[in-house]
Design a protein around this ligand. Structure first.
Ligand code: PEP
Length: 263
């Protein structure tokens, strides 16, 4: 269903009024985690001012350590919904368990399946039945084939509104959190008709890498970027070192415009 064998044209996925697909480069930005109403609104305003058209933000955070901030849960989703009211930005947010899908879908405009859950098959089936577009992140240990098969689980339930997100894979390299697999962008686009976006924030885990990785992603043909921003990264409860501040995000957005004009 997701292969190009039976779909010669690449597809676009609509999230509210926003389109993700071959004719555009979509900028998705927002906080890694929803922490407070003020922080989320400030991050959303930063995203919107730079030209982002979708707001990301995690209310359910799948953290490596059980002692790390796990997200605000449904309270975080309510904050996201309020911020959507204020800004008009549709929301992309992660769901981590099959039992939560209907509840998260009642707030979200797009459901995100994170790297750790890429092969959580009951979750994939549940998001496939939820009636919302899905962003499927690549498992950090998954081959492109496994990633596309995970997308197939969602599609099999009747939902073809799937955006693939390359977010870095595990390699022997320790200088970055994960290694952004740039070749995954053209390879996945060749094998599948689904749009492919890149997350330069979670792959590198470092703010200074977000701009160069974003440039590389766009030049490789990515259909969009999903980027972490925070009004005050030093006090962020999750992944502060990779969050952009307003000025960085403007530089990134201008760079995207320049590259789009050039390509
Ligand atoms: C996220 O986008 O909030 C996230 C946790 O990403 P990943 O699943 O790619 O680590």
């Amino acid at each position: 269903l997701v292969s190009r064998e039976h779909h010669s044209q690449r597809s676009s996925v609509r999230v509210g009024e926003v389109s993700i697909g071959p004719d555009t480069v979509t900028l998705i930005a927002g906080p890694c985690a929803v922490e407070t109403p003020e922080q989320t609104l400030l991050a959303a305003r930063m995203a919107q001012a730079a030209g982002a058209t979708l707001l990301r933000g995690g209310a359910f955070k799948p953290r490596t350590s059980p002692y790390a901030f796990q997200g605000l849960g449904e309270r975080g989703l309510r904050i996201l919904a309020e911020v959507r009211e204020e800004t008009g930005l549709p929301i992309v947010t992660e769901v981590v368990g099959a039992h939560d899908v209907d509840m998260v879908a009642s707030y979200a405009d797009m459901l995100q399946v994170g790297t750790r859950n890429m092969q959580n098959f009951p979750l994939l089936q549940a998001v496939g039945s939820a009636g919302k577009p899905v962003m499927l992140k690549r498992g950090m240990n998954a081959t492109i084939e496994e990633w596309l098969m995970a997308a197939e689980y969602i599609a099999q339930r009747g939902n073809l509104d799937i955006v693939l997100c390359e977010r870095g894979i595990r390699t022997f390299e320790t200088a970055t959190r994960n290694t952004l697999d740039i070749s995954a962008v053209p390879v996945a686009q060749r094998l599948s008709h689904l749009p492919v976006v890149v997350d330069p924030s979670h792959s590198g885990g470092r703010r200074d890498l977000v701009l160069p990785l974003s440039r590389a992603a766009i030049v490789a043909g990515a259909d969009g970027l999903i980027v972490d921003v925070h009004p005050d990264p030093d006090i962020a409860l999750c992944d502060g070192p990779q969050a952009l501040v307003a000025e960085d995000l403007h530089v990134l957005a201008r760079t995207l415009e320049d590259l789009a004009g050039f390509m």
